[in-house]
Ligand binder design. Structure first.
Ligand code: 13P
Ligand code: SF4
Length: 363
């Protein structure tokens, strides 16, 4: 697995300028203080020497950001050297959408996956939005096009069209409202329509059905056929085995998981909600049924808590690397720059603004 995740590089990236030994040591100290806590068996274990090796790159990226007026937004699933080394804003899809909208920067570099960068461009068209790797897709976003959604809408003309944020701009443009894992249940519950066409995640649709029943709300949830290739791998027998082995274990899962898994979890929530749950919960062990990047963040930020191995890697999130960040800051290729047709952007923006309104009230 690790080989697949190695960045495909040509010549090694050499810094534009040299840094003094003192600057490099200070940077390595700063990185090591945080990254030494990464325990996840899938990730590289960070030594002081390892941090010293990447220090010229993180310093180079900081210098480039300053020179270009750029900010880096990084999803919690990307590797710790990006989160702790160079990111200005970190978090889940909802928080990063808000951060992108409010960012006052000439350049937004989005370290995550392409639909997230597209969302940043939809919300902040004045900034130039760039991505380290245009190939960083998402199995959910890739499962449905705007044209396919238009056909589905003809079959269910009375349904409210709700898109999960993990979709491309053309799907957002065809939707009445966008949701994230932060607000999906509350927004679906608030909509006046009895029928909801929820795309593109059929497992999240099943979780919505279950949650609406639990709340005593009568809704018919229709869907398309996408799944997250990371979260759909977790099975409920994993939970039974772990509970037998680790008494007091708390199981935490994401709503992209199978309903059999969410049913048996102690907590189900978005990436940020999962983090808050761990911080606020006193338990001997946690099993995080989600992407490994989040587990490494939790290890760094909660060194007193114990996590048992369970996480899976998203190969798309792992296409981000410090080398690619340097390259795209220095000299973005046309495909690394997110461009959107203005009428499409405006339509997509409406569905996201409606989400903000339904989540936070009038702005
Ligand atoms: P969050 O909205 O919880 O960050 O999830 C994004 C994602 O891609 C989950 O797989
Ligand atoms: Fe898409 Fe799943 Fe990767 Fe998230 S973890 S970006 S939903 S493939």
């Amino acid at each position: 697995m690790k080989d697949l995740l190695q960045p495909e590089l040509g010549d090694p990236v050499l810094p534009d300028r040299t840094f003094t030994d003192k600057e490099l040591e200070q940077e390595a100290d700063r990185l090591f203080k945080q990254m030494a806590h990464v325990e996840c068996s899938i990730y590289q274990k960070w030594t002081y020497e390892g941090c010293r090796e990447i220090a010229p790159k993180t310093l180079e990226i900081k210098a480039l950001k300053e020179r270009l007026g750029a900010v880096i937004l990084a999803h919690s699933y990307v590797e710790p050297e990006i989160i702790y080394g160079v990111a200005d804003y970190t978090g889940d899809s909802y928080k990063l959408s808000r951060d992108a909208q409010r960012a006052n920067a000439s350049i937004i570099l989005f370290s995550g996956v392409v639909f997230m960068a597209e969302t940043a461009k939809i919300l902040n068209p004045r900034s130039k939005v760039i991505v380290p790797d245009r190939g960083s897709g998402c199995s959910l976003a890739d499962s449905l096009t705007g044209a396919q959604l238009r056909e589905l809408k003809q079959q269910y003309p009375d349904a409210a069209v709700v898109c999960y944020i993990n979709c491309n701009a053309d799907v957002k443009a065809e939707s009445d409202v966008c949701v994230t894992s932060t607000n999906v249940y509350d927004i679906c519950a608030q909509l006046p329509q009895q029928r909801i066409l929820f795309v593109p995640d059929r497992l999240m649709a099943e979780n919505i059905r279950m949650e609406m029943r639990r709340r005593g709300i009568d809704k018919a949830i229709l869907t398309s056929d996408g799944t997250c290739m990371v979260h759909d791998q977790f099975t409920d027998d994993l939970i039974d085995e772990a509970r037998a082995r680790y008494p007091g274990l708390r199981v935490v899962s994401h709503p992209e998981c199978l309903p059999e898994v969410t049913k048996k979890s102690d907590f189900v929530g978005s990436t940020s909600a999962m983090m808050r749950y761990v911080v606020d919960t006193d338990a001997p062990y946690f099993m995080m049924l989600t992407e490994c990047g989040l587990v490494s963040r939790l290890e760094v930020e909660n060194p007193d808590k114990r996590f048992i191995g369970s996480c899976k890697l998203c190969p798309y999130m792992k296409m981000n690397s410090l080398d690619k960040i340097i390259q795209v800051l220095r000299d973005p290729s046309p495909e690394q720059v997110i461009e959107l047709d203005e009428p499409l952007r405006l339509k997509a923006e409406r569905s996201i603004q409606r989400m903000f309104h339904l989540t936070e009230g009038a702005q």
